[in-house]
Structure formats: C-alpha cells, structure tokens
Design a protein around this ligand. Structure first.
Ligand code: MF3
Ligand code: CO
Length: 254
C-alpha cells in the first residue's frame, strides 16, 4: 500500500473492501437500534451482534483486541466508551452508546452511535444532537488540501460553542487492515499541532465523545469502562470515512 508520512493510502479496491466492512457495521448497529427498549439487557445486544456477525460472515473486531472481552461497547449515560455489555437492564430515559467493529476480508469497519432509550430528557436529546452534528462538521472538513486538524477544530469549536466538552483522552484514528492505524484524529486541536495535509486515499474513523459537564475521565477497576468523573452524561458518534477526489465519503452507512 502507498504511504504518505507513514499513513497508508488506500486505492479504490481497498476502499471498496472497507466500504463493505463498514456497511455491515452500520447494518448491525441499525438492527441493534431496532431492538432497543426499556427492560432489555445490554448482554442481549451483544448476543444479537454476534449472531449478525455470523450472518454477514464477518469477525467482530473488538473481541480480543488488547484483551477486550466483547464484540460491542455498550456505554450507558455517564459511561463514555469501552463499557462491557452486562446484565444491566436499560431504563426509560437512558442513553446508550453502542460501538462496533468488524473484520471483512482483512479490512476493518468501525462505527458508533448513541441511542435514546424511550423518552429522554431535553438535555440528553440536545447532547445527542450536538455530538452527532459535531461529527458531521468534522467530516465536512475531511477533504484533500485541508489539514488533519481542520477536522479536530470543527468538532471542538462547535461543541464548545454550545457549552459542552470534547473528551480529550480518546481519539479517532486511521483504519484499514488494522483497527487503529496512523494518524490519530483528536477531537480538539493539540497544543503543538504539526500540519498534516489530508490526501486522497486516507481512511479515518472520526469519533467525537462529548460530555455535558467537563472533560475529566475516570477508568473503572475493570481497566476498560471510561466514565465522566463528574458523572455527567456523555455521547459518542463515530463514522469511518474515506477521503476522495470528490470529498469525504462516509463508509459506515447501511
Ligand atoms: N471505536 C473504539 C476505538 O476505535 C472502540 C475500540 S474498543 C476496543 O478505539 F475494544 F477495541 F478497544
Ligand atoms: Co474507533
């Protein structure tokens, strides 16, 4: 694969495979969303996700990744990311971020979204809208000639204008034949940001995590579950996109 500053540039064939991997992730997330209702246990979502991986003949990408034990991350309310599916029953008013990855013919798909469970508060639904919008504002900057941090800036500026906070501990990433490739895609502009021009063929997982309270994170004793230190609500939306001559192409769409 061609490289630019250590970043793999994918050709059209490889982008086709990444499109298929990510399309399957999007389909699975859509089906999980249809099953969400108050009373369901998050482990039931995990079981459904595993069944769907068999159906689509893909491998779950997270299970076994650095020892992560499940196919899904199911992060509820103040949980930000990397939360284990469990016997916990979802309740009316909860929000749940479901993050899912698969491997299809050696190529990775990765996407996440936050769903409302039944009726949710105005604050919660605003958080979902703002986080998703910040993702789309970031994606809009993912074009040839722009800088990597134009994506980061678009996300951060929008979120902070609203008065919410981007989580800085976790970042987006390049993706291809590995789940995490160069470059890191922060949801904020780093202090000593080097310029990195975006090139055709870069494939990025852009994934803003946004909290209502502040950006302080705590990782629980299971070594994975990340929560907001102040227990305020947090949301997470992630798409895998390819940078093409015609602009950003969202791969993680059904
Ligand atoms: N979308 C997340 C990421 O890119 C999910 C990773 S879960 C893990 O980091 F288990 F694979 F770490
Ligand atoms: Co990711």
């Amino acid at each position: 694969m061609k490289k630019f500053r250590g970043i793999f540039l994918k050709n059209d064939y490889e982008i086709g495979l990444l499109r298929e991997a990510n399309r399957i992730v999007a389909l699975i997330l859509q089906k999980l969303g249809e099953h969400l209702k108050p009373g369901i246990k998050t482990i039931e979502l995990e079981e459904l996700a595993i069944d769907l991986c068999h159906k689509y003949r893909v491998k779950p990408a997270f299970k076994g990744y650095h020892g992560y034990p499940y196919a899904l991350c199911c992060s509820v309310n103040e949980q930000i990311v990397h939360s284990f599916p469990s016997q916990r029953r979802l309740e009316e008013g909860d929000i749940i971020s479901i993050d899912m990855g698969v491997i299809y013919q050696g190529f990775y798909g990765d996407s996440a979204l936050t769903f409302p469970v039944g009726q949710i508060s105005h604050e919660a639904s605003r958080l979902l809208r703002v986080t998703e919008e910040s993702l789309y504002r970031g994606i809009a900057e993912a074009k040839v000639g722009n800088d990597l941090y134009d994506i980061s800036r678009a996300i951060q500026t929008y979120v902070e204008e609203i008065g919410y906070h981007v989580i800085k501990r976790f970042v987006g990433h390049g993706i291809g034949t590995k789940l995490h490739e160069k470059p890191e895609v922060p949801n904020f502009v780093p202090k000593r940001a080097l310029r990195l021009p975006l090139k055709k063929g870069m494939v990025l997982a852009i994934e803003p995590m946004v909290a209502v309270g502040n950006d302080q994170v705590e990782v629980l004793s299971d070594k994975w579950t990340a929560i907001t230190r102040d227990k305020s609500l947090s949301a997470h939306f992630e798409h895998t996109i390819a940078i093409t001559k015609q602009g950003p192409l969202i791969l993680s769409k059904p």
